[in-house]
Design a binder for this molecule. Structure first.
Ligand SMILES: NC(=O)c1ccc[n+]([C@@H]2O[C@H](COP(=O)([O-])OP(=O)(O)OC[C@H]3O[C@@H](n4cnc5c(N)ncnc54)[C@H](OP(=O)(O)O)[C@@H]3O)[C@@H](O)[C@H]2O)c1
Length: 297
């Protein structure tokens, strides 16, 4: 069976968005169906499905676990992407790989461009950076899209937790000094495919337009959901985590814009996400990989 786009990590947030966007042009493989760290399995998948494009949505995304378990981090973020890139190059398929704003240390004080020097603060960011390098070295025509603070249906994420906690009537606190570019995964999946169609190669930043603090995201989410409740202003230091987080990793997406691709303003993503959750306000909230906690019981 041939697949025009093979989507790895298909049950993750971005993977689900890609699967639903591509319909019968895509073939999604979950972690269980294809472990990208297994080189033989990757090679067999390419032989079997002969994809024209591989869209890598798989990654080891638990930032705190990456800090202590480097085997976990490297399997999804370094070895896996390298395996896919080598198979893509050998078969002539295009490769799209997804990376992160956490390759930066967050100290620039302005949105990061593709020309800024990465300097990861934690092992997750370091492993993702190494993954980018391995992908581009095995497959120089690959597209590597760095995004920021993603959330969407079918995953545990910061806006989803805010809604959940508000539903439970819990006290909400969010850091006003932690800043990123919140990105809705269905918008991201669409933008990535547009970049591919535009022939983009190399590293390109793509995220929800603008920038926001965790506090602003929490407030916008509550407002959009029509929920009562107040968010208290807090600081990143109030939420200690195993892996240090960068302070400000908003992304400058003007390169993507110059190729005709930009995502809607971040608040539109929040509104769209809240709209998908109207009928399930009490999704279980478990640990969110990319976010520091924002609520105290
Ligand atoms: N979420 C964010 O805030 C954020 C921010 C910036 C960049 N990104 C990047 O965006 C991309 C998509 O992430 P996401 O937000 O969709 O995360 P996600 O919801 O955690 O999805 C990641 C998926 O990858 C799968 N996976 C992990 N290791 C794998 C392996 N060795 N082989 C195959 N599949 C594997 C996971 O499966 P299991 O759960 O079954 O292990 C999961 O389905 C990643 O590259 C991530 O680094 C995310």
């Amino acid at each position: 069976m041939k697949a025009s786009v093979l989507i790895t990590g298909s049950t993750g947030m971005l993977g689900q968005a890609a699967v639903s966007l591509l319909g019968n042009r895509g073939l999604g493989l979950s972690h269980e169906a294809l472990d990208i760290a297994d080189a033989d399995a990757v090679s067999q998948a390419f032989t079997r499905f002969q994809p024209q494009v591989v869209f890598n949505c798989a990654a080891s995304t638990n930032v705190d676990l990456c800090q202590t378990d480097h085997t976990y981090a490297d399997s999804g973020n370094v070895t896996g992407p390298a395996n896919l890139a080598m198979a893509a190059r050998a078969s002539g398929a295009l490769m799209v790989h997804v990376s992160t704003d956490f390759v930066f240390d967050g100290e620039k004080g302005a949105p990061y461009t593709e020309h800024d020097e990465p300097r990861p603060l934690n092992y997750y960011g370091a492993s993702k950076l190494e993954g980018e390098r391995r992908v581009l070295s095995a497959c120089p025509a690959a597209l590597v899209v760095r995004t920021s603070w993603s959330y969407g249906p079918g995953g545990v994420n910061f806006p989803g937790r805010v809604i959940h906690w508000a539903t439970e009537g819990r006290r909400l606190r969010a850091a006003q000094d932690q800043i990123g570019s919140p990105t809705y995964t269905p918008f991201l999946a669409r933008g990535i495919l547009q970049l591919l169609e535009a022939g983009a190669v190399g590293v390109v930043h793509l995220a929800g337009a603008g920038q926001a603090s965790r506090f602003e995201v929490a407030e916008a989410t509550l407002q959009s959901a029509g929920r009562k409740g107040e968010v208290e202003r807090a600081h990143a230091i109030d939420f200690p985590a195993r892996a240090p987080r960068p302070r400000n990793t908003a992304l400058d997406c003007s390169l993507a814009a110059s190729l005709g691709v930009s995502l809607p303003p971040w608040r539109e993503g929040i509104n769209a996400y809240v709209g998908t959750r109207q009928d399930k306000p009490s999704d279980p909230a478990v640990s969110a990989p990319h976010q520091t906690p924002t609520s105290t019981p």
